[in-house]
Ligand binder design. Structure first.
Ligand SMILES: O=C1O[C@H](COP(=O)(O)O)[C@@H](O)[C@H](O)[C@H]1O
Length: 246
């Protein structure tokens, strides 16, 4: 049975710190069990705040970061020096982990528009990178935890309502995104749902309607956030303001 949990914290800052503490523990547990950890991180306001909270957390020194692989759930297909890039926004975390053994080769950024001509090419390259770290026969490594932000329209990663369909496992290009920038690369729903634990990180009153809709019924097309789950656990880690309509 998949554990399903809603964890409510006082505000966005408290939520970010709670996510950071849980992430450090989850990574430490994965390393103890298997010697390697695969973590999918996310952009977005709370996603980046949570990564900054990991950087500020003294417990980060208890992790052997050299054995941790960081992946992305989605990325904006813009130039690599653009402030819109999720991986750039997460720089504070990776800088903080450099002195703690982080191997930059295990920070798996999705391709940018100055590296690939099309988002399709960047998506195909990322699929190959995932396959290189996968066990034989699998398309991607077993993700210990996969974090997702959620937009007020209920999008997760770059899977927008009534827009991109993605039942098959894989990495896909997205065009005409309702939220700029228009061109993106994202893990498909099929790949997201292979993760052991999926955490949905949600803060703010403007997200309360989408959060309530996602709890109401599963509808991958109209409410993408409703359809994501882990194979072992699905945790909604949210603040009070986002929880008001539950
Ligand atoms: O565009 C995106 O938005 C979502 C949510 O962002 P937020 O600022 O409303 O929290 C994010 O999770 C996703 O990775 C990103 O590309």
């Amino acid at each position: 049975m998949i554990a399903r949990q809603i964890l409510i914290h006082e505000d966005a800052q408290a939520t970010a710190h709670a996510i950071a503490a849980r992430l450090i523990t989850t990574i430490a547990d994965a390393l103890a069990a298997r010697g390697v950890a695969h973590v999918v991180v996310t952009g977005g306001s709370l996603g980046i705040a949570a990564l900054e909270a990991v950087a500020a957390n003294p417990a980060k020194t208890s992790v052997n970061w050299s054995q941790v692989h960081f992946w992305w759930g989605d990325e904006r297909f813009v130039a690599s020096d653009s402030a819109d890039r999720n991986v750039r926004q997460a720089a504070a975390l990776f800088d903080a982990l450099d002195d703690l053994g982080l191997d930059r080769a295990t920070v798996h950024a999705m391709g940018a528009s100055d590296q690939y001509e099309t988002a399709e090419q960047a998506a195909a390259a990322y699929a190959r990178e995932l396959a290189e770290e996968a066990e034989e026969g699998a398309l991607n490594p077993a993700f210990d935890v996969l974090m997702l932000g959620m937009g007020p329209d209920s999008h997760v990663a770059s899977l927008f309502p009534n827009h991109t369909r993605s039942d098959e496992p894989g990495v896909i290009a997205v065009h005409d995104s309702p939220k700029p920038p228009a061109d993106r690369v994202t893990l498909s729903m099929g790949t997201i749902n292979t993760a052991k634990e999926v955490w949905l990180l949600v803060a703010g009153a403007e997200k309360a309607p989408a959060l309530a809709a996602a709890q109401h019924e599963v509808n991958e097309v109209a409410v993408p956030a409703s359809a994501v789950h882990g194979t072992e656990a699905t945790r909604w880690i949210i603040d009070r303001a986002a929880a008001t309509l539950l």
